[in-house]
Design a protein around this ligand. Sequence first.
Ligand code: NAD
Length: 482
Amino acid sequence: MINIKNYINGNLSDPLDHQFIDVWDPSNGKKIARCPNSSSKDLELAIKSAKNAFPHWSCLNQNQRSDYLLSIANEIKTNIEEFADAESRDNGKPLTLSKTLDIPRSIKNLEFFANLAKDYKSESFYQDDVVSRIIKQPLGIVGTISPWNLPLYLFTWKIAPALVTGNCVIAKPSELTPYTAYLLSKVCIKINLPKGVLNILHGEGSLIGREIVKHKYIKAISFTGGTETGKEIAIEASKNLKKINLEMGGKNPVIIFDDCDYNKMMHSLVRSSFLNQGQICLAGSRIYVQEKIYDKFKNDFINKVNALNTGDPFDSKSDQGAIVSLNHLDKISKYVDYAKKDGGVILTGGEIVKIDGDCSNGWYYKPTVIEGLPQNSRVNQDEIFGPVVTITKFYEDEEAIEMANNTQYGLASILWTQNINKAHKLAELVESGLVWVNCWLERDLRTPFGGIKKSGFGKEGGKYALDFFTETKNICTKYYDK
Ligand code: NAD
């Protein structure tokens, strides 16, 4: 049993109220750890230490701050096996995915922002004898709140730009997947990150998450999670006019035109539908296919999906691991039931998978493809966030765009066509913050990232993240002739 601890003022500690949450291994349904269920008392300690740390940390020069991030990245790299194992242990994702995506990307986040910040220069404007110098200053203490689906990946995506711009951070990982953030706190101790610069508080969103959002000394909240939680955070944070950045849910359309590169599309589509058991905010869960290729597509896609191997995340032969929690497994099952009630046809999947042996009590769901659902079915409207996709036939471009835009979400969309002119024209009409043309999950970290409609508020990534975590000041000076 692992005893996960908070990281406050450079030390690992239990919560002051001695309240804990059980942490489960989804692969076998066994308890593996307990993590603090922190309260406002722990937050006060973290705030105190962050306040003490801020004057020194914010006055370090850029290279010094960047070097700390690079040291953290190096240390994760040295221990990549341990981090990958931990990521799969409390999340249920295949170990191969933790090793090739989650942990490498976490390292890259730290390295990327460490380097980017070195070129984050101030600007100057000259007008006659007046010079306006524009500088970027850290906000002070900021809060980051992250979800369970890409635990360390999204945790570092937030803390890196916040720290490197000179802020002190109170970070809350998801209570379902606290393990890698705990390992990261040990790394911070090892590399001698100054005390109080980063504080990691574990616990429930409805308890410590809310306290972080409310706290008067926390100047900004960077949140990734569900839309309903995001709304609540927006309401609470607005009471103190805090800066907020909200990255929320998605119900992303994939539009497949009959002129696409079919093999490339099919290969990518299996990933964009089911990678990480479909528990990726950017996954394409509503698939629209042009009439001419629909029947062939349906047949080929189902064959590909049937070939996916669902099983022990620690077995390299498993393409699909476990679902993060029993509650979430239940939610997925319920949505498939709704699909049946709404007239949907389950082409493949649609059931919980029982794995023999050590994983027999684990939480697994078969990759599922549903056809024939009306667009207003909640299965086509709500984010399921699991291995469930719907397929729908379309005839004309306009019809596809109309269906694609017919949800409250607007995170990402995926277009497959070899007609690049058409792709660009339609990409402008699709309502989402990101449009992938003939690819999926390609990320240049310099680009803005974030949804529109009820998927996002503000942008992360590149200088957009550095802007979020800084205040812009104009120092305007007039020079007189001597
Ligand atoms: P969630 O909203 O339940 O929780 C996210 C985080 O917020 C957790 O750390 C949780 O403890 C905390 N939290 C919960 N209630 C809170 C409150 N009232 N105040 C403050 N904090 C609170 O989401 P989840 O189930 O952990 O993650 C899945 C969701 O995340 C999906 O909707 C998915 O689309 C979304 N997501 C979005 C992106 C993106 O970039 N847009 C990326 C990954 C995941």
